[in-house]
Design a protein around this ligand. Structure first.
Ligand SMILES: Cc1ncc(C[n+]2csc(CCOP(=O)(O)OP(=O)(O)O)c2C)c(N)n1
Length: 338
């Protein structure tokens, strides 16, 4: 019988100090970077949408920090700046993409969050909800066929909305049947854009779905860094050790709209004032100090360093050229076919 682990974090859980510190630093880097992107958007300096992971950083960072770049697969979604950072994506990839630099991974042809680095194990993000799940399952299956799957994990983060798609079902079912080392982390922020959970699914909790697929399911408080590190870290470890697909459902609220064009006014004030409305960064800072994972001085130093890095990264991308349609080769693929 698959396990249905709904235990909250307890102080007795074994937590890796470097993993937690790395995850927190990525949370901070994502938050400060995204605060800047939001300001640039409001000042009219970013064309198109801006999508923030505010409130979801602990979950995302714990996924990215548990994976090994160049060996594992990480398929991020729109709220995964923290996970991308923890997996090793350079910050400049993000600022170049948002600011349309021709030097960015999208060559300035696509903005915001669809970028990827397939060579490091991070496929480009697919907007169609749920599509990342069969993508990761397929990448893992291909690695098995090539004899390269030993010790590898493939993880993706999705929202509650994605769990209602056919792609989610097909991908999880395939991974379950093939016992692939896949970790699907569902950030349940209570709304699929503006559609509340009670108009989205009829089960009590999304983690119950795991039992139906015959895979392990784990629930976690997504606002609690130490709980995320324990539950997500363990899920990745279990997949790596051959225990098959793992599904983690993290409960939280997004502390922003769907994108910066959306004020999120459909989220009731009572929810915002409730437990899941708390800011995971503030919770994490208290936890790091209380549990001896970092000192207050270190937290201040990290904030200062990160703020400077964000400024440098934005300034660099802003001075780089945007694409020139007259000189662009308009190739869709990275290599010529002829
Ligand atoms: C297959 C598919 N249907 C519809 C959409 C349009 N769409 C974009 S975001 C979104 C809601 C996403 O909800 P969720 O995954 O819970 O993330 P949230 O924005 O609430 O954080 C929808 C329906 C889409 N991208 N893909």
């Amino acid at each position: 019988m698959p396990e249905l682990d709904v235990q909250p974090f307890t102080d007795g859980a074994v937590l890796n100090r470097e993993y937690i510190r790395a995850a927190f630093r990525s949370m901070l880097r994502a938050r400060l970077l995204e605060n800047k992107l939001s300001s640039l958007y409001k000042a009219g300096k970013i064309v198109g949408g801006v999508y923030l992971g505010r409130g979801q950083e602990a979950v995302s960072a714990c996924v990215g920090a548990a994976l090994v770049q160049g060996k594992d697969v990480f398929a991020p979604l729109i709220r995964d700046q923290a996970g991308r950072d923890a997996f090793g994506e350079p910050m400049i990839d993000c600022t170049r993409t948002y600011l349309g630099s021709v030097m960015g991974p999208m060559k300035g042809r696509d903005g915001n969050i669809h970028r990827g680095r397939p060579s490091m194990g991070m496929p480009a993000m697919i907007s169609h909800l749920g599509a990342q799940v069969p993508l990761v399952a397929g990448m893992l299956f291909a690695k098995r066929l090539k004899g390269e799957l030993a010790g590898v994990v493939g993880a993706t983060c999705i929202g509650d909305g994605a769990t209602s798609t056919g792609a989610f079902h097909e991908g999880v079912n395939l991974a379950a049947m093939e016992k692939l080392p896949m970790v699907v982390v569902v950030a349940n922020n209570g709304f699929a854009y503006s559609t509340p959970n009670d108009r989205q699914f009829a089960c009590r909790d999304l983690v119950e779905r795991a039992r139906g697929y015959g895979i392990a399911g784990h629930a976690v408080d997504g606002t609690d860094l130490l709980a995320c590190a324990s539950v997500i870290g363990n899920a990745v470890q279990r997949a790596r050790e051959g225990h098959g697909p793992q599904m983690v459902v993290a409960q939280l609220l997004r502390l922003s709209g769907h994108g910066e064009h959306d004020d999120g006014s459909y989220v009731p004030d009572t929810m915002k004032a409730g437990h899941y409305g708390r800011d995971c960064i503030e919770v994490a800072m208290r936890q790091l100090v209380e549990h001896g994972f970092a000192t207050v001085d270190e937290l201040f130093a990290w904030q200062e360093e990160t703020a400077e890095e964000v400024q440098r990264s934005v300034a660099q991308a802003q001075q780089e050229p945007t694409p020139d349609p007259y000189s662009d080769d308009w190739r869709a693929y990275s290599t010529r076919l002829s």
